[in-house]
Ligand binder design. Structure first.
Ligand SMILES: Nc1ncnc2c1ncn2[C@@H]1O[C@H](COP(=O)(O)OP(=O)(O)OP(=O)(O)O)[C@@H](O)[C@H]1O
Ligand SMILES: [Mg+2]
Length: 503
């Protein structure tokens, strides 16, 4: 491999934004047929570096080489023409258009006289979709797809050309395990064809499963490159955040208070059936299952976004009638949604206003809530969650992906809810901040809040929960206490295998 030319190479790249030196003299290379991980904390500069490579951003300084020939990437289409395809962290699809139109946007096949060749468009699209094994077709409207499926459309879009390098920026954040298998097959196939792959992810298991080398950025600076086979999670974490982390199971057994939230026989059409559970004050209940098991839909029902077809929701023993999020918030129920982009943030608004948004009612109803109070709330949660931004005035859309998520989490935490439901709380969050958020969740419960954590990551569920509810296809399969749960029993339960309890 030593005398082989890199497929792509970036040399001494500098990129600044007002108040931020996002990339400070970074060099980076991908070899043909290599899967090269790019890691670093939220805001370290990973997406920015790849946007420079993908023609989305122009660097202030530095050079780009394709097979050692100097080049300039003027636009994303230019980069694509030069064989560099970028699969984005933030979905950039048009909801109103079909899957086929999204995949071939800007490059629709045409007949003579310039009319779109719909037959050919659908045929080509379905051929690509077939290789991805997805459950939708070329004509499906993108807005009707789940986030996971939208991510698959984004991936399909990359496969329309014969690329030299493909950049995956946190591609698995919202994929199911089955979809991940398909994605990893796609990556293996690209690799065998000599395509260079850059893979950005905060998930260590994946990094160690599929990558050959790992490069680390920290605060916009290059920190080093490790060979995956010759390193371990601890060394990578050290390089990323300068310290080691404790990612063990929750072994703190504390006394819980009264039942805060109770759900009895709740059903919602085909989404989930006959769901009953309780959450005590001071307790963290983890909901574990595969994407699509119905966990998000239950949370949405409790938060008033869906009406149940049957069943009751009780708070402190009183039955609640919740028909909208306003009702839920009034009863002190908060939901940190899974789709933080769609449901949680106003991208054009500044950090402070995004964080204090749900309190606007209170603020306008109350007598004098000054700017100062809002800034104080923002500062408090910026410190607690280590949100990297030059200040509260920064537009949320300019923050790194993970830091945007922290703003949403801060927004709901700052309301001091009775019941806090967090859906995939650390998706897209770096390992260091992940453990901070886990500690914060444990602390909140310690202060008497009732907390539900929905997560598809087993280590996370094991780390934060006092009790774990395992779901499969819209049903609760089993409940485990933190003491009794094992990884095997949990996997069985969420795969629909009914385990007989041995007495
Ligand atoms: N358009 C922009 N305007 C201002 N600042 C920006 C802009 N884009 C990125 N930044 C800043 O540059 C820094 C690097 O951001 P980047 O998105 O590259 O981080 P990242 O490593 O991808 O993080 P994450 O893991 O959270 O996705 C951050 O401080 C971010 O706020
Ligand atoms: Mg990013």
């Amino acid at each position: 491999m030593t005398d082989e030319k890199p497929a792509l190479r970036l040399e001494n790249i500098v990129k600044t934004f007002p108040g931020v030196r996002a990339l400070d003299d970074v060099s980076f290379a991908v070899m043909p047929g290599e899967v090269h991980a790019l890691m670093g904390e939220n805001g370290a500069g990973k997406s920015t570096l790849m946007k420079v490579l993908g023609g989305i951003l122009q660097p202030n300084e530095g050079r780009i080489f394709i097979e050692e020939e100097s080049t300039i990437m003027t636009t994303p289409l230019d980069a694509k023409a030069k064989g560099v395809v970028f699969i984005h962290q933030e979905l950039s699809l048009a909801d109103e258009l079909s899957v086929a139109e999204n995949i071939f946007l800007g490059e629709l096949p045409r007949k003579s006289f310039g009319r779109v060749d719909w037959g050919k468009l659908y045929e080509q699209t379905d051929a690509i979709l077939k290789t991805l094994n997805v459950g939708f077709n070329a004509r499906t409207r993108v807005g009707d797809l789940s986030i996971a499926n939208q991510q698959m459309v984004e991936i399909a879009r990359a496969l329309t050309v014969d690329p030299r390098a493909v950049i995956f920026d946190e591609p698995t954040a919202s994929l199911t395990d089955a979809e991940k298998v398909v994605l990893f097959d796609v990556i293996a196939d690209l690799k065998s064809r000599g395509v260079g792959i850059v893979y950005i992810s905060h998930r260590m298991e994946e990094i160690f499963k599929i990558t050959d080398r790992i490069s680390v950025l920290r605060d916009g600076q290059y920190r080093g490159t490790l060979e995956t086979a010759k390193t371990d999670e601890d060394e990578v974490t050290q390089l990323m955040i300068g310290r080691s982390l404790d990612l063990s199971r929750n072994e703190e057994h504390r006394e819980h208070g009264e039942v805060a939230l109770e759900v009895r026989g709740l059903s919602c059409g085909d989404l989930y059936r006959d769901v009953s559970f309780k959450v005590h004050r001071g307790e963290v209940v983890g909901f574990y299952g595969l994407v699509g098991a119905g966990r998000t839909e239950i949370a949405e029902t409790i938060f008033g976004l869906r009406d149940p077809s049957e069943g009751q929701i009780l708070l402190d023993g009183q039955e609640l009638r919740i028909h909208s999020p306003v009702d839920a918030i009034r009863h002190g129920i908060s939901l940190v949604p899974e789709d933080r982009k769609g449901q949680g943030l106003v991208l054009g608004m500044n950090c402070r206003d995004n964080m204090t948004l749900p309190q606007v009612d209170d603020l306008t109803a109350g007598p004098f809530v000054s700017d100062g109070a809002e800034i104080a709330i923002f500062d408090q949660y910026r410190d607690k969650l280590d949100i990297r931004t030059p200040g509260w005035r920064q537009t949320v859309g300019n923050l790194s992906g993970g830091n945007q998520q922290k703003i949403v989490i801060g927004k709901w935490l700052s309301m001091h809810p009775n019941v806090l439901i967090v859906d995939e709380p650390t998706r897209g969050i770096d390992v260091g901040s992940k453990s901070e958020i886990h500690n914060l969740i444990r602390d909140l419960a310690g202060q008497g809040y009732a907390v539900i954590v929905i997560s598809s990551e087993m280590p996370e569920v094991l780390h934060v929960s006092d009790r774990i509810v395992a779901m499969y296809h819209g049903r609760i399969m089993r409940e485990f206490s933190a003491e009794e749960v094992t990884e095997d029993s949990l996997i069985q339960a969420i795969s629909g295998i009914e385990s007989e309890k041995v007495a």
